[in-house]
Design a protein around this ligand. Structure first.
Ligand code: AMP
Ligand code: MN
Ligand code: MN
Ligand code: MN
Length: 296
C-alpha cells in the first residue's frame, strides 16, 4: 500500500458522448496518469459505464458511476453532474431515452440549417465522426452533439478551428443553431436522486452569471436538491475558485472538482487537471459518500 494521497478527478467524457477515448481507453489513460479514483460523467447517458467498470476493476482504479445532465437555462449553460447513480434505474433510463430521441430528431435539423448556410455535410459523416472507428453497436447509448458537428466542419475545411465552428454556426443564436430539448433543473435533480445519486453543479462559470446572481441561482438549485458544487474545473481561474468556494460554504455544499476531459485536442486539458497547482483529495469522495449515507 502506498502512502501517497489518492488523486481524483470527478468529471470526464468517453466516446459514449463527446469524448474521444472509448471507456476502456479512458480507464487505461487515467491509470497511466496516476489517478486513483475517477467519475465518468458522459452527457445524458450512462451507456459507457459497464465497460468502464470492467476495465477499471482490472486496473485497480476506483470508478464512481456518474452522468452530466443538461438543464434548461437561458443565460448560459446549466449542467448538473450526478455521482454514485445506479445505471439500471428504470425512471432514469426512461427519461434519458426521451432525451436521446430528442437529439436524434435535432441532429438532421442541424444538417439542414448548415446546408442553407452553404455548408454541405451529411448525417452519415457526423455519425462516422462520432463513432470514430468503433462500430455503432458498441456505442448504443451514444450521444451525438454539436461537438461532433464541429469536428466534421474542421475536417472538411469549412472552419479553421473547433471554436470557429461554434462562433460561426453552432453556438446559441448562430445560423445553424437548433435548440435542444432539455430537462428542467428540478427534473435533472429528481432523476439523479431517484437513481440513488448526489447532484453537483458542473462548471458554474459556464452559467454566465455574475457572483450575486450565481449565489441566488445556486440557492434555487439547493432548494431543488443540489448538494455539491464543482468549485474546481479546468475552465476556472483562481478568482473563480474563491467565489465558488464561498458559495459552497454559504449553502453547506460538498466541494467537487474535475477536468472535464474530452481528449479532443481542443484544449490541453489532461485528466486530473482542474487548475494550475490544484489537486483534490479523496476527502471529497468521502464527503459525498457521507451525504449519501445520511439519507438513510
Ligand atoms: P449539445 O449537447 O449538442 O448542445 O452540444 C454541447 C457540446 O458542444 C458541449 O459539450 C461542448 O463540447 C460543445 N460546445 C457547446 N457550446 C460551445 C461553445 N460555445 N464553444 C465550444 N464548444 C461548445
Ligand atoms: Mn462535452
Ligand atoms: Mn458541461
Ligand atoms: Mn463535461
Amino acid at each position: 500500500m502506498s502512502d501517497l494521497p489518492k488523486r481524483i478527478d470527478l468529471h470526464m467524457h468517453t466516446t459514449h458522448s463527446d469524448g474521444m477515448y472509448s471507456p476502456r481507453e479512458l480507464m487505461i489513460h487515467c491509470r497511466k496518469r496516476k489517478l486513483d479514483c475517477i467519475a465518468v460523467t458522459d452527457h445524458d447517458t450512462m451507456s459507457g459505464l459497464a465497460e468502464c467498470r470492467a476495465e477499471a476493476q482490472k486496473l485497480g482504479l476506483e470508478l464512481i458511476p456518474g452522468i452530466e445532465i443538461s438543464a434548461r437555462f437561458d443565460p448560459g449553460s446549466l449542467h448538473i453532474l450526478g455521482f454514485f447513480l445506479d445505471p439500471r434505474t428504470p425512471e432514469l433510463n426512461a427519461a434519458l431515452g426521451r432525451m436521446q430521441q430528442a437529439r436524434r430528431e435535432r441532429n438532421p435539423q442541424i444538417v439542414e440549417k448548415l446546408k442553407k448556410c452553404g455548408v454541405a455535410i451529411s448525417m452519415d459523416e457526423v455519425i462516422k465522426e462520432a463513432c470514430g472507428g468503433y462500430p455503432l453497436a458498441t456505442v448504443a447509448g451514444k450521444q451525438i452533439s454539436r461537438a461532433h458537428f464541429a469536428r466534421v466542419l474542421v475536417k472538411k475545411g469549412y472552419v479553421k478551428s473547433f471554436r470557429e465552428a461554434f462562433d460561426r454556426y453552432l453556438a446559441k443564436n448562430k445560423t445553424a443553431y437548433v435548440p435542444k430539448a432539455a430537462f428542467s433543473s428540478q427534473e435533472a435533480m429528481d432523476m439523479i436522486r431517484k437513481a440513488g445519486g448526489i447532484a453537483s453543479l458542473a462548471h458554474p462559470k459556464q452559467m454566465g452569471l455574475d457572483p450575486d446572481e450565481l449565489e441566488k441561482e445556486v440557492g434555487r438549485l439547493v432548494a431543488e436538491g443540489l448538494e455539491a458544487i464543482e468549485v474546481y474545473s479546468s475552465g476556472h481561474d483562481p478568482r473563480d475558485n474563491e467565489i465558488y468556494k464561498k458559495i459552497a460554504e454559504r449553502y453547506g455544499l460538498v466541494v467537487t472538482g474535475g477536468s472535464d476531459f474530452h481528449g479532443d485536442g481542443n484544449s490541453d486539458v489532461e485528466v486530473g487537471f482542474m487548475g494550475a497547482g490544484i489537486s483534490l483529495g479523496y476527502e471529497t469522495v468521502e464527503a459525498l459518500r457521507m451525504r449519501l449515507s445520511c439519507r438513510g
